[in-house]
Design a protein around this ligand. Sequence first.
Ligand code: CO
Length: 615
Amino acid sequence: MSKIHVTELVLRDGHQSLIATRMRTEDMLPIASKLDEIGFWSLEAWGGATFDACVRFLKEDPWERLRSLRKALPNTRINMLLRGQNLLGYRHYSDDVVHAFVKQAADTGVDVFRIFDAMNDIRNLQTAIEAVKSVKKHAIGTLSFTTSPVHDVAYFVNMAKELEALGCDSIGVKDMAGLLTPTLAGELVRELKAAISLPVHMHSHATSGLASMVMLKSVENGVDIIDTCNSSFSEGASHPTTESLVAALQGTEYDTGLDLGKLQEITAYFKEVRKKYWQFESEFTGVDTRVLVNQVPGGMISNLSNQLKEQGALDRMDEVLAEIPRVREDLGFPPLVTPTSQIVGTQAVLNILTGGRYKSITNEVKNYLLGQYGKAPAAVNAEVRQKAIGDAQAITCRPADLLQPEMAKLQSEAERFANNEQDVLTYAMFPDIGKTFLQERNAGSLQPEQLLSKEAVSQQAAARFAPNEFNITLHGETYHIKLTGSGHVGEERRPYYVKVDGISEEVFVETLSEMEVSDGGTSTGGKKKAAAVASSGRPRPSHPGCVTTAMPGTIVTVKVNVGDKVNAGDGVLVIEAMKMENEIQASKAGTVVAIHVAKGDSVTPDETLIEIQPD
Ligand code: CO
């Protein structure tokens, strides 16, 4: 028997950290039998982000993925990551939903549940642990590691003791940001092993360049299971490399017993697979030591960079990264992991992009301050609290104690598009995109997002340049045309100066209709005139009563009607951006005279969503 066991992360955290969770089941199954032969303690294959990406982007049924993996991996435990009372969603579910979900996951193929809570509030883990024990599966009670004035070794040892008392089968350290130093990891593992009698897992991200050393120190101090990722998807925001650690421990008293030769086949396979997803590659694949200051976890950096890229604001990444620790302190130092990483991250993005801290506050930050995510680890900033929720009282009980059983209600809501309980749970996790997914599946119209081939992208680039010297053949005669200049874009009859077989000619072009050419225009054009209408057809903001969004997103609720009187600061819209709901307020007091959006519309910052005629 080997001394150190390995959990392989390539099917979950590896691609989540490096290619925005886009790996498809079709790329997992062909190598599954090889993975199954290695002898990993477990393979992590399922979790909130993989479930979300399946439904949102890949248009795959996540339950189906689990079922196929279960079949393809008969000899290896399958691990999943579970966000305690949040399950795989972004809110707390009632206890009956937690039980139903865990049972379905266990029946479909999950053997090991790594259960964590973003606040490290034990009350949020309790029911999930009970549920896992009731279906006789393995519960890893997980410590969301972070550093702050309140998070020291003693804090985590106490938490581990409580998790042991709740019946967990092992204790996991989840260092999602790569904050652990080798020395601290050694100390933490040593203290944990001294205080509890359960096996200990170490999960640490390589973001800051410390994780391999963390693993070695953990091993030397008694850790039982290390989480690593195959080199095809390792390091950077991902994890230390499986093959390297296997080699490092080979022949020592900690030998993993895994076969380096066999691992090579897996590596070669996934290296090819990764090329297919180049468009999702994180900008952060190397060592990023900023994390030691800003504490932003790998998955969050990868998502933030994708989000900022979409908004054309990638150049503001450093400002956002600097704002994150300030927001985190305001909120009482929550560890940064889903969903607190999104809550803190989105608020930090808003604080930077809206030109003022807490000028706009997300609903999630308000709910957080109302105690709905659990107890903040430290005191929150009273000024921010006042600004967000005024004099409202925060709850002090376990948040889920306030929830009525909701399975029956979910079942009846989903009746028309859900075929079974797994469908109901998909809808429960993601009410909007889950419902759309199930409806499209039933209609046979699911369309996975497109993967760009490198050729297609160079063709797109080529399409931005119009030819300026060419031959044309008309009725059998070939003429040589060279464009030598043109008048300005926007002139009603635009002159073009061309040479036809060497003879100068002037041609007038009168525009009757236009088609869109991608950015860049022609090299001979004059200044581009800003259109009064965005490509969506909505007007561009032109007066102070125009309500706009700071971030691209999807309209969740329109709270006003034409003719309504509003005060400046009244909520008029709710949009979902970066998976968070955010209220948009009236810019001026006055009367709503036009509404250019409806629920479900995608919106961007350069368009007017609602127009208010100021008083
Ligand atoms: Co992780």
